[in-house]
Design a protein around this ligand. Structure first.
Ligand SMILES: N[C@@H](CCC(=O)N[C@@H](CS)C(=O)NCC(=O)O)C(=O)O
Length: 220
């Protein structure tokens, strides 16, 4: 069977979300780079994969998909086994808890944390724009409130959806990885259960492998 193709540079956070899932299930895949410098993401070829002209996109035979969380779920469903079921599809309640924390990442955690990554890493180091410290301070206040909730949750369970690792946890990995390269990484020291959870995620083979290709912008 032809390997799945993932379009987009492996260092992109949204691409890394998909790659970590592919690694978890041991699927064969190939990463096809999309060159932003020549606006390849807005080319007709890429717009056929993702009409919004964004990465990642996935090709599996005739199937084309976009949106990193949807692609990740497709991968996890397609390659699910009794041993590896990161969506907990066999258990209604556990699957619902996975869904809850995937949504929390998408709508609450990531919107608080990712502006800090953009302001502290991407703006100064990639776009040559100064960090807007007011914007960072606003996002940090939001993030602290979110982390208070995470601390309570993770003081009761090892992982977000329960006492089992799931897509809900892995989903948080790419942006948190880049956040840890900002001067605000120390914030996690105030949340011991969140910090321990993050360390449990970081020792996974899949995460180690994919994070090796995610050098923070400064070093690129
Ligand atoms: N919600 C989308 C977001 C994708 C996204 O924002 N991709 C960025 C790179 S990380 C992109 O392609 N930006 C170029 C653009 O929007 O023109 C997903 O999760 O896949």
């Amino acid at each position: 069977m032809a390997p799945l193709k993932v379009f987009g540079p492996a260092f992109s956070a949204n691409v890394a979300r998909v790659l970590v899932c592919l690694e978890e299930v041991g699927a064969e895949y190939e990463v096809v780079n999309i060159d932003f410098k020549v606006l390849e993401h807005k080319s007709p070829e890429h717009l056929a994969r993702n009409p919004f002209g964004q990465i990642p996109a996935l090709q599996d035979g005739d199937l084309l998909l976009f949106e990193s969380r949807a692609i990740s779920k497709y991968v996890l469903r397609k390659y699910k086994t009794d041993e590896v079921d990161l969506l907990r599809g066999g258990n209604l309640v556990e699957a619902a808890m996975v869904d809850v924390w995937v949504e929390v990442d998408a709508h609450t955690y990531n919107p608080a944390l990712s502006p800090i990554v953009h302001q502290c890493l991407i703006n100064p180091l990639v776009r040559g724009i100064l960090t807007d410290e007011k914007d960072v301070a606003k996002s940090l206040e939001k993030l602290k409130k979110v982390l208070d909730v995470y601390e309570t949750r993770l003081s009761k369970h090892d992982y977000l959806a329960g006492d089992f690792v799931s897509f809900a946890d892995l989903n948080h990995f790419p942006y948190t990885f880049y956040f840890m390269a900002t001067p605000h990484a120390v914030l996690f020291n105030s949340y011991p259960h969140v910090k321990a959870w993050w360390e449990r995620i970081m020792v996974r083979q899949s995460v180690k492998k994919i994070s090796n290709g995610m050098v923070p912008p400064k070093a690129r």
